[in-house]
Design a protein around this ligand. Structure first.
Ligand code: TRP
Ligand code: SF4
Length: 343
């Protein structure tokens, strides 16, 4: 006699939100540092990924000419890298105006001193000398980020180390809201995965502002040329000099993209001048290219079909918005500011 098979209830997946500011092309540092991780989480979590165009405005308000293009490019880069609109909600922040509404309400309960204390606030003001960052919106950057997260009542936020202070502030804001008005928001946990250092072609941290990045959108030939020109151990002047992988940025890229056998080989042969830097970079390319090529192919197809990309963002915004509206109803009710009148 056969018994009916019991279908286990599908456990609710923890909800994730993360995002990026559309201020330029995504590069292989973003792939290793964030996108690879997001792509994995799509199968285990309920994911929301936001292109945070309002956050870009907090610093780029004076020259907005490129933000629209960057938004679309970022969507292309994400989809090409493997974010899947059937698994995740991929959307543009400004398409979900509830982020702004929650930001405004949260701004009432956030002491200015909390914001002035955020390390990135003064640092960025000092570092970015060519723009005036004394604007109100820039001070409120972390409040808007908290709204991005809390509007979905997200539990998990995968971010880089540089965002931990913002996440801590988000948790404090959630706590303060809950203690003033009753529990509405879970306190979101930051998840930082240990990621290998990804230096740019000049050996400094890969960053679009240093002009040292290998972008996901670069044609393969361009990535090749960038790697072949990349700086190596500065003490290794000629092919006959032994090198030191521990101080070589190319070796850091090997650690991010190559397999154990290649790492071991380079580690031995570089030190006794058994291989030259061109050989070494060729090995690296043999591991990097299989990662980049499918991304490029998907990207090329999507560029031919921008209508589809726009449809994906429109659908993402609809899904995001329907969740955001549910949260706003809870928020207004908790704060007792819902008049019950439907204008
Ligand atoms: N501040 C983040 C960064 O610069 C981008 C961001 C905006 C974000 N809103 C977010 C990240 C919400 C995580 C969650 O990278
Ligand atoms: Fe760097 Fe490789 Fe040259 Fe050694 S052989 S210095 S690890 S590029």
């Amino acid at each position: 006699m056969t018994r009916p098979v019991e279908v286990p209830a599908v456990a609710k997946r923890p909800r994730v939100l993360s995002g990026f500011r559309p201020t330029g092309p995504m590069h292989i540092g973003h792939l290793v540092g964030a996108l690879d991780n997001w792509i994995k989480m799509q199968d285990t979590h309920e994911c929301f990924f936001a292109i945070c165009d309002w956050h870009a405005l907090t610093s780029e308000y004076a020259d907005t000419s490129r933000i629209r293009d960057y938004v679309e490019d970022m969507a292309l880069d994400w989809l090409a890298a493997g974010l899947d609109p059937d698994k995740s909600t991929i959307f543009v922040q400004s398409h979900v105006p509830e982020h702004a509404e929650l930001h405004l309400l949260l701004s009432m309960i956030v002491p200015v001193a909390w914001l002035e204390r955020v390390p990135s606030y003064k640092e960025q003001q000092q570092q970015i000398a060519n723009r005036d960052l004394t604007n109100y919106g820039f001070l409120g950057y972390p409040v808007l980020q908290a709204a991005d997260i809390l509007i979905y009542r997200a539990e998990v936020v995968p971010v880089g180390e540089d965002q931990l202070a913002h996440l801590e502030l988000c948790r404090e804001i959630a706590r303060r809201f809950n203690s003033l008005y009753g529990p509405v928001f879970p306190e979101p946990r930051a998840i930082t995965t240990r990621v290998p250092r990804v230096p740019g072609t000049d050996g400094r941290k890969m960053s679009k502002s240093y002009g040292n990045a290998i972008n996901l959108a670069d044609p393969i030939e361009e990535s090749r040329q960038k790697i072949l020109k990349m700086v190596t151990d500065p003490a290794r002047k000629t092919r006959k000099d032994p090198g030191n992988p521990d101080v070589c940025p190319v070796y850091d890229l090997h650690k991010a993209f190559s397999d154990r056998a290649t790492l071991d080989l380079v580690n031995v042969e570089c030190r006794r001048a058994g291989i030259g830097c061109i050989d070494c970079k060729t090995y690296l390319l043999s591991h990097l290219e299989p990662v980049l090529r499918p991304i490029q192919e998907r990207r090329a197809r999507l560029v031919q079909d921008r209508g589809r990309v726009r449809d994906i963002l429109a659908e993402g915004a609809r899904r995001a918005r329907s969740e955001a509206r549910k949260t706003m109803e809870l928020v207004r009710a908790a704060m007792k500011i819902d008049t019950g009148i439907r204008p």
